[in-house]
Design a protein around this ligand. Structure first.
Ligand code: AMP
Ligand code: ZN
Length: 470
């Protein structure tokens, strides 16, 4: 069995994935709170964990992997949005329902446009209230939670291991806490498992009155219900590591002391835009839908997101997006030459992915495969990375292709790269000079395939003669 190594936030090292059950490898990823379109940062975990899902399916077989990604459809941010946007004749609860339904549908559409496979299960928190109530009762029963003024709180001091995931002591946490101070809390770090709802808020009957769950218990209960007490991988953005994941771990460990909860914890780094934190006030905040509507193909978004290692911060820039568009267009053209129906990924691509999802390394290998004209391996490798490129679809519409010249430029550059790999520098230079003559600017970049552009002196007649070189 191919060995997959993943950087585990819990152990702070790369661990070999040893599934609890190879017949059912299980992964849970925290999904969106549904009150708004997914922004480009929210797309990062979706794409990263989609690559992991595809890799697991490749290694263990598609029917032996279960991937759960939830929808948080009960949350105070949703209630606030409903209050702001309530339409005439609509109750608060109806507005909430409208917003969550609409946002879930948008999310599915946008993530499909990025080439993300639907997870095996997409549970909505509101459909799992009963397991949440059961879990809270278990926590109370075991002395890890207490009821106070219609709330139920998790008692952090009841759990000697609380803080071990984030590697922080309770003392430090209390000192730096920005938590809500509430008179009913025994400890400022105690967090809400259940809270009371008034008539305008979503609520469910419970042993503690009509109320709704806290955010953390939602994930613990859904993961337990769908994946069991012990499962293999838990993921999300790095912002979720504390307190969300610390709290999920505390709840799950204390409610099910015989279980291991999640073995490997993965966190993606944050995305920023043109060197700045994305924010509405800076005007650099955009959604996946904004980009798609501007004509940026989903594949291009996906490619940019995978061009940086998932644990590093990533900078979204227009330049990267333009380059990704050009690159994918070339590869899309080449995969049309693939001869086999059964496309398998290249061994070096698999090697990169099984080493903590090293997608930049995998992409570097795609460049080599295209230069070597390994079209079947290129197609198979693009496929495991989630790119289903169809040559026809890449020559128009959103791809904004200037002309069929592009394919020829790509071929000539491949030829040149090949000549260089074969140390035939004379021929390599001849190709570059000929391209320059015709007005195609070739830009060499260390460690990457050359970039190119059509200059203002582009000469189509000279250019068409370059076909002789091929
Ligand atoms: P939320 O709906 O805010 O809970 O976020 C959904 C997912 O997107 C979580 O896994 C977050 O960690 C992740 N996320 C949010 N903002 C960013 C960002 N700027 N870069 C990368 N991931 C993000
Ligand atoms: Zn979660």
């Amino acid at each position: 069995m191919t060995e997959i190594r993943l950087y585990n936030t819990r152990t702070r090292r790369k661990d070999v994935l040893v599934p609890f059950d190879e017949g059912n490898v299980r992964m849970y990823v925290c999904g969106p709170t549904v009150y708004d379109r997914a922004h480009i940062g929210n797309a990062r975990p979706v794409v990263v964990f989609d690559v992991l899902f595809r890799l697991l399916r490749h290694v263990y077989g598609p029917e032996h992997v279960t991937y759960v990604r939830n929808f948080t459809d009960v949350d105070d941010k949703i209630n606030a949005r409903a209050a702001e946007t309530r339409r005439e004749g609509e109750s608060e609860l109806q507005a909430i329902r409208r917003i969550t339904e609409e946002t879930v549908a948008w999310y599915r559409e946008d993530m499909a446009a990025l080439g993300a496979l639907p997870p095996s299960h997409e549970p909505r928190a509101t459909e799992f209230i009963a397991p949440m109530v059961t879990m809270i009762e278990e926590l109370i029963g075991r002395g890890h939670a207490y009821e106070a003024e219609g709330h139920v709180l998790f008692s952090v001091s009841s759990d000697p291991e609380y803080g071990s995931f984030a590697n922080r002591s309770l003392e430090d946490m209390r000192a730096g806490a920005r938590v809500e101070v509430a008179p009913y809390k025994r400890d400022p770090m105690d967090f809400v498992l259940w809270k009371p709802s008034d008539a305008t808020q979503p609520g469910w009957d419970s042993p503690w009155g009509r109320g709704r769950p806290g955010w953390h218990i939602e994930c613990s209960a859904m993961a337990h219900d769908l994946l069991g007490e012990s499962f293999d991988i838990h993921g999300g953005g790095i912002d979720l590591a504390f307190p969300h994941h610390e709290n999920e771990i505390a709840q799950s460990r204390c409610a099910h002391p015989d279980g291991k909860f999640a073995n490997i914890w993965l966190h993606n780094g944050f995305l920023q835009v043109e060197g700045e934190k994305m924010s509405k006030s800076l005007g650099n905040f955009f959604t996946v839908r904004d980009l798609l509507d501007q004509g940026v193909p989903g594949e291009v978004i996906r490619f940019v997101l995978l061009s940086t290692h998932y644990r590093q911060p990533i900078d979204w820039t227009e330049a990267k997006s333009e380059e990704a568009r050009r690159q994918l267009r070339r590869w899309g053209n080449l995969v049309g030459n693939a001869s086999s129906d059964e496309l398998l990924p290249d061994a070096k691509i698999l090697e990169a992915l099984t080493d903590d999802l090293n997608t930049p390394k995998a992409i570097a290998r795609l460049h080599e495969l295209s230069a070597l004209k390994e079209h079947d391996l290129l197609a198979g490798s693009l496929k495991i990375l989630g790119f289903d490129l169809n040559p026809e679809s890449l020559w128009g519409g959103a791809w904004g292709v200037p002309s069929a010249w592009e394919g020829m430029i790509g071929d000539l550059l491949d030829l040149r790269l090949r000549a260089r790999l074969e140390k035939d520098y004379e021929r390599a230079d001849k190709i570059r000079d000929a391209l320059n003559e015709a007005g195609v600017i070739v830009m060499d970049r260390p460690g990457q395939a050359a970039d190119w552009d059509i200059g203002s002196k582009f000469d189509s007649e000279k250019f068409s003669e370059l076909g002789n070189l091929l």
